[in-house]
Ligand binder design. Structure first.
Ligand SMILES: NC(=O)c1ccc[n+]([C@@H]2O[C@H](COP(=O)([O-])OP(=O)(O)OC[C@H]3O[C@@H](n4cnc5c(N)ncnc54)[C@H](OP(=O)(O)O)[C@@H]3O)[C@@H](O)[C@H]2O)c1
Length: 261
C-alpha cells in the first residue's frame, strides 16, 4: 500500500520528545524519510532509534541543531539534502516557555523565548524555503504555534507574543511563497500532555482537572492527534495555505460558564 508521504523527506525540529517526536514518527509511518532534531546529538539519535524500532524500515537521520542559530539551521537543511537528495516538508516544532510575571521578566528570558519560539521558526522556514524555491517543485512548511497565539495567558508574555508572531509570519510566508507552490501553514495546539505543559501547569499553579473542565471535549489532546493535523497541513492536495489550524478540543470556541442550558 502506498503511504501518504512515500519518497518525501521531512525535517521535524525539536523532535527528541513530545509533540515533535510523535510528528516525526507519523511521517515515518507515512513513508517519508525523516530527520529528527534536538540541541543534543544523543537525544536526536535516541529519538531516531526509537522511531526505527516503532516503524519497520523507517529511514531516519538524526541531526543536532539549535534553532536559534541560523547557521546551525542551514546546516540541518544541508545535511538533510545531502542524505536524502531533497527536502519536501519542514515542521518548525521546537519550542519552550519561561513562566514569569511580565513586570519581572528579564530581558534575557524575554529574548530567549522569542529566539526559540519565533526567530527559530523564521530561520527554519527560511532555510527550508530557500531549498524548496531553488528546487522548483514546491514543498510544505508547518509551523507549530499555540492557541496562546490568540489569547492572553498570565505569566507567558514572551510565549504568547512569539506564537502570535508565528501565526502572522505563517500567513506572510504563505503569500510570498505561493508562486513557488510552497504551502505554509501553522498548527495551534491546545493543551496536550507533554513536558512543557506539566512544567507550565506546575509553575502557574493550576491543575490538569481544571484544564479538562475548561475544555469542551473534556480531556487533553494527544501528541498523536497533533501529528495527524501536521500530516494534513503538510499535504499539498487541499488548497490550504496561510491557515492556522487550531486543535484545542474546543477551548477557544468556548467563552466561559455553562456549556449548555
Ligand atoms: N504541549 C502543549 O500543550 C502545547 C500546546 C501548544 C503548543 N505547543 C507547542 O508544541 C511544540 C512542542 O511542544 P512540546 O509540548 O512537545 O514540548 P517538549 O515536550 O518540551 O519538547 C520540546 C522539543 O523542542 C526541542 N527544543 C527546545 N529548544 C530547542 C532549540 N533551541 N533548538 C532545537 N530544539 C529545541 C526539545 O529538544 P531538546 O531539549 O532535546 O533540545 C524538544 O525536542 C512547541 O512549539 C510548543 O510551544 C505545545
Amino acid at each position: 500500500m502506498s503511504e501518504r508521504f512515500d519518497g518525501e523527506t521531512a525535517i521535524v525540529t525539536g523532535s527528541s520528545k513530545g509533540i515533535g517526536k510523535e510528528i516525526a514518527t507519523a511521517f515515518a509511518r507515512e513513508g517519508a524519510n525523516v530527520v529528527t532534531n534536538s540541541r543534543s546529538d544523543d537525544r536526536a539519535a535516541a529519538a531516531a532509534a526509537e522511531i526505527r524500532e516503532d516503524v519497520e524500515g523507517a529511514s531516519i537521520l538524526a541531526v543536532e541543531c539549535d534553532v536559534t542559530e541560523p547557521e546551525s539551521v542551514s546546516a540541518l537543511v544541508d545535511a538533510t539534502v545531502e542524505e536524502f537528495g531533497a527536502l519536501d516538508v519542514m515542521v518548525n516544532n521546537a519550542g519552550m516557555t519561561i513562566v514569569d510575571p511580565a513586570e519581572e521578566q528579564s530581558p534575557e528570558s524575554w529574548q530567549r523565548v522569542i529566539d526559540v519560539d519565533l526567530s527559530g521558526v523564521f530561520y527554519g522556514s527560511q532555510a527550508a524555503g530557500r531549498r524548496m524555491i531553488e528546487r522548483g517543485t514546491g514543498g510544505a512548511v508547518v509551523n507549530v504555534s499555540s492557541m496562546m497565539g490568540r489569547m492572553g495567558l498570565g505569566g507567558r508574555a514572551p510565549y504568547c507574543a512569539a506564537k502570535a508572531g508565528v501565526d502572522n509570519l505563517t500567513r506572510t510566508l504563505a503569500v510570498e511563497w505561493a508562486e513557488h507552490d510552497v504551502h505554509v501553514n501553522a498548527l495551534a495546539p491546545g493543551y496536550v500532555h507533554t513536558a512543557i505543559t506539566d512544567q507550565s501547569m506546575e509553575s502557574a499553579g493550576y491543575t490538569a482537572e481544571e484544564v479538562r473542565n475548561r475544555t469542551p471535549l473534556d480531556r487533553f489532546g494527544t501528541p498523536e492527534e497533533m501529528a495527524e493535523c501536521a500530516l494534513f497541513l503538510a499535504s499539498r492536495n487541499n488548497f490550504v495555505t496561510g491557515e492556522v489550524l487550531t486543535a484545542d478540543g474546543g477551548w477557544t470556541a468556548f467563552a466561559w460558564g455553562s456549556r449548555g442550558p
